[in-house]
Design a protein around this ligand. Structure first.
Ligand code: ADP
Length: 498
């Protein structure tokens, strides 16, 4: 059994100070028009890290007019694509140079292990911007054959002002997924960060301007969803909105877009991803991968493998080992070396996860390990494993967004496919098998945007990501993401003989 006595020591002092807390509008840091601020908290203790300017409708209006002017009057969309590309490459170099400070800020605000921020997320951020910098000067249209004497060409033009609303689970990566393609394609941007994690975006946006980004091209407004976020989604001067967050909020965004100016919308929403362990799987490897698929990032991943389907023949062995692995998971101060799991992002998420754990117990699932808070301070939760989970239990249907693994037993593959697909979500799936035919069959049968076979959470810049069903609309990353930020203009000219 997991030890509830595990003490959290005095928090380690983060190796960084907070430099930027204001809104970034038209290339300068400014206070909110209202003068209001809100506190962003350290999830290790619940104590205030900094007071941050709280943008609302008036600040979004200011940011949108700066972005509008930078788009309509230039220089951004009128610059050569090569110049835009060079700014994005320079930005990536600057972020790389400040890797450790940025990683520390991310960990402080979000709670994720510093080693993860420093060795995975900031380097991935840099890689994403280099990927999009590489695209900037390779975007072009086609010459199209017509049934008459016409010269027909298509121009791939930027959409205009892009509004982008991001969540708190991967503040930097969500920034890169959104801003990378938008800027590479020549759009201007108003970004609304999540109220839980406003700090890293302000830091890197300063570097973006050091890299030579003209004022007004990228504006960053910290603030809350129903005020700043909703104003952005319903703004008449915003041409496109990209959102990542909950399915409930995604519906609101789509409605606000439709009710205002029918701006183009892409949504990356919730999930309840199956992780299917087949009867021929190497159990030790499957346990490790299923553990990673669920527990990575404190379980705060939209694509988390949160329904672990295990074939009955390997179920008992899998369960014992999965439980042992969870018990072994190192939980503690995310600034400490060797820590796998830090605190959840805030008290709201912390309470919500504990409620789901209670619901799991009440509905008759077997609590194998964990189930309570870890330590006495901050938002740490014990790595938790439920067995004997049934499809109709709340913990098998809702997105928990925490370190809670639900293990379900199945008998044959068709049943696993049917049960996997019986969800309103369709974001991702993991498949664990040594049989190529099983892998191919499952890859085609699962109604999800990503299938990871014998791996999980592989997030290269070039791999598209997005959801089927209520997990969203559109794809981010890869070549597919460019179409979110481009529109196609057909130009037709008569061909005349000289
Ligand atoms: P979570 O529950 O994980 O915090 P949300 O979907 O509520 O997910 O939040 C994701 C992002 O959406 C955040 O930046 C948040 O401020 C924003 N948001 C929340 N509600 C609204 C809303 N009504 N309109 C626009 N944005 C919103």
């Amino acid at each position: 059994k997991y030890s509830t006595a595990a003490a959290i020591e005095e928090p380690i002092k983060p190796p960084v100070t907070v430099e930027h807390t204001q809104l970034l509008i038209n290339g300068i840091f400014v206070d909110a028009a209202s003068g209001k601020t809100f506190s962003t908290l350290d999830p290790r203790t619940g104590e205030v890290i900094a007071d941050v300017a709280e943008g609302d409708a008036e600040d979004i209006n200011r940011a949108v007019s700066a972005a509008r002017k930078a788009f309509d009057e230039g220089p951004w969309p009128k610059m050569t694509a090569y110049e835009r590309s060079r700014i994005l490459f320079r930005f990536a170099d600057l972020v790389e140079k400040h890797n450790d400070e940025i990683a520390a800020l991310e960990t402080w605000d979000n709670g994720k292990p510093y080693e993860q921020s420093a060795n995975i997320e900031v380097p991935m951020f840099v890689r994403l911007f280099r990927y999009y910098a590489g695209w900037a000067d390779k975007i072009h249209g086609l010459t199209v054959p017509a049934d008459g004497p016409y010269h027909v060409q298509t121009l791939h033009e930027p959409v205009g002002v892009a509004g982008q609303i991001i969540p708190w689970n991967f503040p930097l990566l969500m920034y890169a997924w959104k801003i990378g393609p938008a800027l590479a394609c020549g759009n201007t941007v108003v970004l609304k960060t999540a109220e839980q994690t406003p700090l890293s975006a302000l830091y890197v946006s300063k570097l973006m301007h050091e890299a030579g980004l003209p004022p007004g091209v990228l504006n960053v407004v910290s603030g809350f969803g129903p005020t700043a976020g909703a104003t952005l989604a319903s703004h008449m001067d915003v041409d496109k909105i990209a959102f990542t967050g909950s399915t409930e909020t995604g519906k609101i965004i789509l409605e606000l877009a439709a009710k205002s100016n029918l701006k183009k919308v892409t949504l990356e929403l919730g999930g309840k991803s199956p992780f299917i362990v087949c009867e021929d799987a190497d159990v030790d490897q499957a346990v490790e991968m299923a553990h990673f698929a669920l527990f990575f990032n404190q379980g705060q991943c939209c694509c988390a493998g949160s329904r672990t389907f295990v074939h009955e023949r390997v179920y008992d062995e899998f369960l014992e080992k999965a439980k042992a692995r969870a018990v072994q998971r190192s939980v503690g101060d995310p600034f400490k070396g060797g820590i796998e799991q830090g605190p959840q992002v805030d008290s709201e998420q912390f309470e919500k996860i504990l409620r789901y754990i209670r619901a799991g117990v009440d509905s008759g699932a077997t609590l194998e390990t964990g189930g309570e808070r870890h330590g006495t301070k901050g938002y740490y939760i014990q790595p938790t494993v439920f067995s004997n989970v049934q499809d109709d239990m709340l913990i098998a249907k809702d997105e928990i967004f925490g370190p809670v693994q639900s293990i379900l037993k199945y008998k044959d593959l068709n049943e696993a496919i049917h049960r996997s697909n019986a969800s309103r979500f369709g974001l991702a799936a993991g498949v664990f098998t040594q049989n190529i035919d099983t892998a191919n069959a499952l890859a085609r049968a699962l109604r999800v945007g990503t299938v990871w076979i014998n791996c999980f959470d592989i997030f290269d810049a070039a791999i598209p990501f997005g959801g089927y069903k209520m997990s969203g609309m559109g794809r981010e990353k890869g070549v597919y993401s460019l179409s979110n930020y481009l529109q196609v203009k057909a130009v037709v000219t008569p061909l005349k003989n000289p």
